[in-house]
Design a protein. Sequence first.
Length: 160
Amino acid sequence: MLNKIIIMGRLTRDPELRRTQTGTPVASFSLAVDRDFKDKATGERTTDFIDVVAWRQTAEFVSRYFTKGRMAVVEGRLQIRDWTDKDGGKRRTAEVIADNVYFGDSKRDGESGGYGAGGGYSAPTGGYSAPAASPSGFGAPGMGGDQFAELTDDDGELPF
């Protein structure tokens, strides 16, 4: 059986990072994803708002580096969850459980809202998934505490 989903869209709000009772990080956010076709009656594209949940290191990565309006590519699985609302009614929610989250725009594009003058879509440039567990339990061998460093000397030139 296969349950694999890849979506790309803009965050509709800043990710919300919480922790379970045992301290496991979990982040939730929503992506606005345009459909590939236009409505025949209105001539406009419909947008779907898809809930995403990320766990552990992926949750921390998303909450640290993504904000409202940034383009994200999410790779994961679809999960349907049943729950009861405050009035006792049975409800059902579909959400994507993220395995990997990638940048769908450059930081410069994200700050200007993405599709600006001379802008457009840039290919995913990075992402994060949980590192393979090491015997010590502290992530991949040779990796320090903070695995991400801010690049300050970016001249905008591509290395190839």
